[in-house]
Design a protein around this ligand. Structure first.
Ligand code: FRU
Length: 473
């Protein structure tokens, strides 16, 4: 360990220990979403299942709840509901990453866990931000136990990108196909077009540029956090594009996250499907677990929203953001559905059955609502804070001024044209809503006031359950 790593490790430990002492009094902390021990969290990184445990790494800025220098944090779990914090595996401590250990992915090969990630260097002086204001390389480490990692090695040097790319190239996602390994990197081209670069390797060490995947028509200036995976024989490309115009029913947030189903590397811009229609979702990543499930976890937050919204947890409690709950992905009629992994049901505690006669229900906090209904119109209110409405093909989530910290509403189209099932998992300051078993999903942070937790249900032929949700351990 270098002297710098030692200093950073001591400082992180100190600040995490101090934060742990005030946990009891922090009312906004989450009970079934992974959040940072202290400070700031953004993208999920290095998701994998390795030697009997799930590993979730994340972008972590422990010293500043508003962001800043990025490290990786690390949680692991046997069952996706009981988590252990494993500390910081990657520090910004080398000549290639001293301004941030940025996002990346994991691959398990020959009993070893390999991590690939972006080392970020910001240039001092008279550089232009887009073209040469930084140096972004892909770095590689490996581990026998999933917790201790080897020294960093350069996998793709920042000098090795095609001529027409800026230094905004990052977030490697690595996978194996046949005998070869592939890496997708998100990029910004000099003509301000977003794209994905594909690199190829035979040994996970030496990487050669293979090809580019992009659209013919412009589709945003930068594609962050790419992910390429196969699902039921289809190739899906997930990206987090920046620079799309906001519309009434689509692209309502500052940046987006969604996917294309690829046909021979051709991309039809019109076929981009957003992963999530809520206020807070970005930079998701997927992985395949030992049961063969494709699982997605996203960041329940967004970058660069400071002018529109301030997340109260930063000032009130010194932490900010969380990850979504793990969602299993399945393919139905050309769309990817997302649904909470079945393990989440282990958190269900006391239960109350719902039928036609119950319209106002006092609920536990946090709680889960699991409903079947058959009516054109439906309205569900949680206290005075949150209201969800569906009317035929249109769904809308509204937050009160206070609960939304200024944010008001998000709309969505229900492609199948009717709401038949709704599942809502309501955490202390976060809510995830799944329509029709994951056809449409909406994730949002919200900050309820003191109104009693009464859920009001307005719909025909409604039945189902409300559960108390126990805290993840
Ligand atoms: C996405 C992102 C990535 C980058 C990371 C830095 O939110 O901007 O592109 O690697 O965050 O924290």
């Amino acid at each position: 360990m270098s002297a710098l790593t030692g200093i950073l490790a001591t400082e992180v430990r100190k600040i995490e220990e101090t934060a742990a002492m005030s946990r009891e009094i922090q009312k906004q902390r989450l009970t079934h979403h992974l959040m940072p021990p202290t400070g700031w969290l953004n993208d999920p990184n290095g998701l994998c299942y390795f030697k009997g445990r799930y590993h979730v790494f994340f972008q972590y800025a422990p010293f500043d709840a508003e962001g800043g220098l990025k490290f990786w944090g690390h949680y692991s779990s046997e069952d996706l509901v009981s988590w252990r914090y494993e500390g910081v595996p990657l520090y910004p401590d080398s000549n290639y990453d001293c301004h941030g250990v940025y996002s990346g992915s994991a691959i398990v090969e020959d009993e070893k866990l390999h991590l690939f990630f972006t080392g970020n260097i910001k240039m001092d002086g008279d550089y232009d931000y887009i073209n040469n204001g930084r140096q972004a390389s892909t770095l590689h480490v490996e581990s026998e136990d999933g917790v201790h990692f080897s020294a960093k090695e350069v996998a793709v040097d920042y000098r090795n990108y095609p001529e027409d790319y800026t230094q905004h190239v990052r977030d490697p996602k690595v996978w194996k196909d046949g005998a070869d390994y592939f890496m997708a990197l998100g990029g910004r081209k000099k003509n301000d077009q977003g794209a994905v670069l594909i690199y190829k390797s035979e040994d996970l060490k030496n990487w050669d540029y293979d090809k580019e995947i992009t659209t013919e028509e412009p589709f945003g200036y930068m594609w962050e956090c790419p992910d390429l995976f196969e699902i039921d024989g289809e190739q899906a490309l997930s990206i987090s594009p920046q620079g799309l115009e906001r519309e009434e029913y689509r692209f309502q947030n500052i940046y987006q996250s969604g996917y294309f189903l690829l046909k021979e590397d051709k991309i039809n811009v019109k076929e981009f499907q957003e992963w999530d229609m809520g206020f807070d979702f970005y930079a998701p990543q997927t992985f395949e677990d030992a049961k063969g499930r494709r699982i997605l976890i996203g960041w329940m937050g967004l970058p660069d929203v400071e002018e529109e919204y301030t997340n109260p947890t930063a000032k009130d409690e010194g932490w900010q953001h969380c990850l979504t709950i793990p969602r299993e992905i399945t393919l139905h009629d050309g769309r990817l559905y997302q649904y909470p992994v079945e393990e989440m049901e282990a958190l269900r505690g006391r239960c109350c059955e719902i039928d036609e006669t119950q319209k106002n229900i006092e609920v536990w906090k946090p709680f889960e609502l699991d409903l079947k209904l058959d009516s054109r119109k439906c309205r569900i209110s949680v206290g005075d804070d949150l209201m969800f409405e569906a009317d035929g093909r249109e769904a809308c989530l509204r937050l009160s001024e206070k609960a939304g910290a200024g944010r008001k509403q998000r709309k969505a189209v229900i492609p199948s044209g009717r709401l038949k099932e709704l599942r809502m998992l309501v955490d202390t300051t976060a809510v995830e809503i799944y329509l029709n078993h994951g056809e449409v999903v909406s994730s949002t942070r919200y900050y309820p006031g003191k109104t009693t937790q009464v859920v009001k249900l307005e719909a025909d032929k409604i039945q189902g359950h409300i559960y108390e949700l126990k805290e993840m351990t």
